[in-house]
Design a protein around this ligand. Sequence first.
Ligand code: PMP
Length: 372
Amino acid sequence: MTDRATELRAEGKDIISLSVGEPDFATPPHVIEAAKAALDAGDTKYTPVTGTMALKKAAALHFQRDLGIATDPSQVIVTAGGKQALFEAIVATVSHGDEVIVPSPWWVSYPQMVRFAGGTVVPLRTHAHRNFRFDPGEFEALITPSTNWLMLNSPGNPTGAVYPAEMLKGIGEVLRHHPQVMVLSDDIYAPLNYTDGPHATLANLCPDLADRICTVSGVSKSHAMTGFRIGVATGPKWLIDAMGKLQSNSSGNPASISQAAAVAAFEGPQDFLADWRERFRARRDMVVAAINAIPGLSTPVPDGAFYCFIDASELMDRFGGDDRKLALHLLDHGVAVVAASAFGGKNGFRISFATDEAVLEEAIRRIGAALA
Ligand code: PMP
């Protein structure tokens, strides 16, 4: 898809990309200032491998203030993006024969991380008509003695699913009966929750299970800092230490300048987040209405993040049942999207609405024209 998009652009075609997973807003000025100040202060050398104490403290504040998770800087690791934290947690613990339950449609990297570590991916299928949520009983039915993780991602990529507190408490109840299972809770989209309730997360709701939960967060999505590459995770000390060993012998410390910027992100003003959330919510409403008005397409209302996972089952005969062909067809009509099958789904595609309103409108007009 990317190659074809590049080719088309090189031919002078105007391609709108709805395939990227990053906010279009500018990084907040106080974060930029902190990065510049770090450079000017000569903060350009190695830091402790698992992050500066200043950032671990700021991250602990973030976990407590924003996610309701009490933690200590000694149980926090700073990584090069949330992605590295997830990767390290999996690679540090999963080996051949282990099973990891991953709700699908999933974020593309989850199954790849599990496979890289030699584990087996056990899909937990979710469906649009239930807003891509699952019953705790469906999760329990997949548990075996070899299960060692459940991956949770709420608000979720690619579906925008948000797991309510009751559902998470039900998952907690299941976990109490299966002590071998841990939970990797990817809360990277936590501030982008459009429901009326506060963000719900397992380690807050079930503190008795805290030593079996690793919660991953960061600044990439919340503070429009994707290029800075900073993620944070908290969990049991043995796991955080194991992740640190991996980091020590692979990438080393996350960039010193980015760490200084992330301290400002966590400790500085947070008021812009409410404004961003409202703007994303307005875009979501516009996009959902416009997509559902196109014959053959349907999407539930995503409760969080900035993606719509669109079903095109009715149109799939035209593409030989292959949603990659559908995605290439849309690309030929000037819009880059990602096929549902890339996320373990089928018969559809994902769009990101982290794009300017006028551009979104034009993109959806093109999608409608391409499928007419
Ligand atoms: N988790 C999910 C669900 C994501 O969508 C992403 C980014 N696409 C990440 C983690 C990784 O974020 P980061 O850029 O901080 O590595």
